[in-house]
Design a protein around this ligand. Structure first.
Ligand code: FAD
Length: 317
């Protein structure tokens, strides 16, 4: 029996998280054997399927290319995976917005319990996942015949890509067309940004309540541009209206694990730490030397951010 991964993709691009989910699937495969298949569902997504076929460890790509899957709605995607699931022991997805929307529906349709946001694979049926905002790690075991699992992609190192196109996985078309009556796509409003995506950026610089206003947040722009960083924020900064809520990092925001995370004017509440403490190197700038952020920071600067940021930008520039 094999493992099925729901590919995460946007604008015709396979997201890097899918390669990380393949790495998690390989750890399951080490106990179960079988093959790793990737399901690419969407409309006009042949290029995504080709990208998935290049990933190391993937034996087959199943391509469901139809208008009904165009907007990644949970109802048709859930029905599609339900239709395919009897060929598999595990269905995995990254815990992106789409994964978190679709997989619970698959679990319900198959009458099994979902395992959410695993961070390690202990065996084919036992996994670790964070609970209490990452303050405890639960080891969970599932006896369900089908394991439906979302994966915290940042906890796994992405698999590489095959160099020789002759080695690529086969791409097989899936004919099943899900019923489209249950939900309809109305519109999407996208935040425009030339910066890297927060969830997958190598460097993130985040501002907190200490930034004081949305105008002051522009102090982060030059540094972010120089470092190729995404800009994040604490919930207090979002709640104060300094920045939109898609920039929030933390328990109820995005979970990030970049190589470098710079926290500016952020106190380091546990709910914020839950979203960034797995970053490789953490730098904190805060004028309060007692701020809890310094307990997780690799480098701390006790300074007024309004002096430190322009200085940092100048030195980087
Ligand atoms: P504060 O705690 O007010 O800290 C501001 C910091 O800025 C202080 O340390 C201060 O010393 C420093 N500062 C001020 N002025 C300057 C200056 N001029 N120079 C340098 N430093 C300065 N929070 C999140 O971030 N993400 C979440 O996802 C999240 N989810 C939550 C979920 C729940 C259920 C709850 C209850 C809370 C959640 N929170 C979340 C909120 C969290 O508890 C904190 O309230 C929040 O993280 C605080 O944000 P902050 O650090 O920006 O603000």
């Amino acid at each position: 029996m094999s493992i099925l991964i729901l590919a995460d993709h946007h604008d015709g691009q396979l997201s890097s998280a899918t390669a990380q989910v393949v790495a998690a699937a390989q750890q399951v495969q080490a106990s179960t054997g079988g093959e790793i298949h990737v399901l690419v569902a969407g409309e006009g997504v042949a290029a995504v399927a080709e990208a998935a076929a290049r990933l190391d460890g993937v034996a087959q790509v199943r391509l469901a290319d139809h208008a009904v899957y165009a907007h990644q709605l949970a109802e048709p995607l859930g029905a599609l995976i339900h239709e395919l699931a009897s060929d598999y022991t595990h269905v995995l997805s990254c815990s992106s917005t789409t994964g978190k929307n679709v997989l619970p529906r698959v679990a319900a349709l198959r009458d099994v319990s979902q395992l959410s946001e695993i961070i390690s694979v202990e065996s084919a049926d036992t996994f670790q996942r964070p609970i209490y905002a990452g303050n405890a790690i639960a080891t969970v075991k599932s006896d369900d015949a089908l394991k439906v699992i979302t994966v915290r992609a940042s906890a796994f190192d992405a698999v590489g890509s095959r160099q020789d196109p002759g080695d690529n996985a086969s791409i097989e078309a899936v004919d099943f067309v899900a019923d489209s009556a249950q939900s309809a796509f109305i519109k999407e409003a996208l935040a425009e940004s030339d910066r890297p995506e927060l969830g997958s950026a190598r460097v993130v610089i985040s501002g907190g309540r200490g930034m004081g206003s949305s105008e002051n947040f522009t102090l982060l722009d030059g540094i972010a541009d120089t470092l190729g960083a995404a800009i994040g924020a604490s919930r207090a900064a979002v709640d104060a209206g300094f920045v939109p809520n898609d920039m929030q990092v933390g328990q109820t925001g995005k979970i990030v694990a970049p190589e470098l995370y710079i926290a500016v004017g952020i106190s380091g509440a546990i709910q914020h730490l839950a979203g960034m403490k797995d970053s490789k190197v953490i730098v904190a700038i805060n004028k309060d030397e007692e701020a809890p952020i310094f307990q997780v920071a690799d480098y701390g600067l006790v300074a007024d951010l309004f002096q430190a940021l322009p200085e940092l930008e100048q030195r980087l520039g």
